[in-house]
Design a protein around this ligand. Structure first.
Ligand code: NAD
Ligand SMILES: O=C(O)C(=O)C[C@@H](O)[C@H](O)[C@H](O)COP(=O)(O)O
Ligand code: ZN
Length: 353
């Protein structure tokens, strides 16, 4: 069974979820003569299968794994390879991998000749439910996470559930942090599904995980379809990310993104609660559900001053005003602008305990 989730907007496309999806590629490649297939070492075999399914001249480009691939130097090497292969505006970049690889591939495509077609073939839970959908592409720089990038929607997104067979359980859980985020900001049924059967949520063969993936893709599609460039509504997808990205930066990108977002959501929930906007039970539900999935919910006390500095480069900051996505209730996201230092410290104390 194949599910197609439509993403609307100026450049609409489908997110396809199912198994054995390589046959979905050729229609997305119409008019192309060449396809570059970016992939990390661990996904070479899958990338070769994708390349074969294109029936076109392919340029395989192996990139470093995870966040090590999300750099301007790696992007520059990819552009050199596209140049050497004579890539034109009708050619296509395909990213086969998790969110780090598809963020890189999307950015390589966004900048090459000022924008060519690209297709993420997402192989991780985080990639399927979040990174591959919505056209946010980026690399990291010394100043912070995803600070150089572009909004560049893909031509289509493939989420082949067969790929999850080889995804480590820790990465399934990390991806579920982004799914849980979707539960708190928009679709509480996601939270119930995890609470009813966390083991099934972590099982790549379960119908529960498939339902969670599809529900979270729908949450994201509903948002990015109306606000591609994050001029308002899209900010809700950043729930938990203000502190999360600061943790990733402080940890020199050795922490999994989903782990940092899990801690970031505890912080955001406490900010909402201590600001008098979120009820105690919904705030406590964050810690409980993330613990069910074995995700981290705390971070050392001594990190605070560095984290505060890191949060200042968040893209939601306006002038000197820090802005956070918080909840005014379950599935009622809003913005908390300019919280005072005391409130930030008290919320962080709940994370550091
Ligand atoms: N653009 C967006 O809107 C968006 C949204 C969410 C996350 N992200 C980004 O995505 C990244 C997090 O995504 P991620 O967790 O997929 O990271 P990742 O790409 O680093 O993948 C995590 C690990 O899983 C491995 N892997 C992936 N698929 C596999 C498979 N099928 N079998 C075996 N191993 C596999 C990868 O090689 C890597 O080691 C971060 O860089 C984050 O900033 C972007
Ligand atoms: O799609 C979005 O918008 C998101 O915020 C989704 C996040 O899960 C994702 O990690 C995104 O890359 C963060 O964006 P950033 O603009 O804060 O770098
Ligand atoms: Zn994220």
């Amino acid at each position: 069974m194949v599910t197609r989730i439509a993403v609307t907007g100026d450049r609409p496309y489908d997110v396809v979820v199912g198994r054995g999806l390589t046959k979905e590629l050729p229609p997305l490649l119409e008019g192309a003569a060449r396809v570059a297939v970016l992939h990390p070492p661990a996904l070479r075999a899958r990338a070769e299968a994708v390349a074969e399914a294109t029936n076109l001249k392919t340029v395989p480009i192996e990139v470093p794994d995870a966040e090590r691939g999300k750099s301007i130097e790696v992007a520059a090497r990819c552009w050199d390879e596209l140049g050497a292969a004579g890539f034109t505006r009708t050619d296509v970049v395909v990213g086969v991998g998790g969110g780090a690889t598809t963020d890189l591939a999307g950015y390589v495509a966004a900048a090459w000749l000022r924008g060519v077609r690209w297709i993420p073939v997402a192989t991780s839970v985080a990639g399927m439910v979040d990174a591959a959908v919505g056209g946010k592409t980026a690399v990291n720089i010394a100043a912070g996470k995803n600070l150089v990038g572009a909004f560049h929607p893909p031509a289509g997104v493939l989420c082949d559930l067969d790929a999850l067979d080889t995804l480590p359980r820790e990465d399934i859980a990390a991806g579920l942090a982004e799914v849980v985020k979707g539960g708190f900001i928009a679709d509480p049924r996601i939270l119930e599904l995890v609470e009813e059967n966390p083991e099934a949520a972590l099982d790549p063969h379960s119908d529960v995980l498939r339902e969670l993936i599809e529900r979270k893709i729908q949450v994201k599609a509903d948002v990015v379809g109306v606000d591609l460039k994050e001029s308002g509504l899209r900010e809700i997808l950043n729930y938990g990310h203000t502190l999360g990205h600061a943790i990733e930066r402080r940890e020199k990108y050795t922490w999994k993104h989903g782990h940092a977002v899990a801690v970031g959501m505890i912080f955001a929930a406490e900010l909402g609660r201590l600001a008098g906007r979120l009820d105690d039970a919904t705030a406590a539900r964050h810690r409980a559900i993330l613990e069910l999935l074995g995700l981290p919910t705390s971070y050392p006390e001594e990190g605070w001053s560095e984290l505060l500095a890191g949060m200042r480069v968040d893209k939601k900051t306006r002038a000197a005003t820090l802005r956070f996505v918080v909840l005014d209730g379950l599935a009622k996201p809003g913005v908390l602008a300019g919280p005072d230092d005391g409130l930030l410290r008290r919320a962080y104390a709940e994370v550091a305990r």
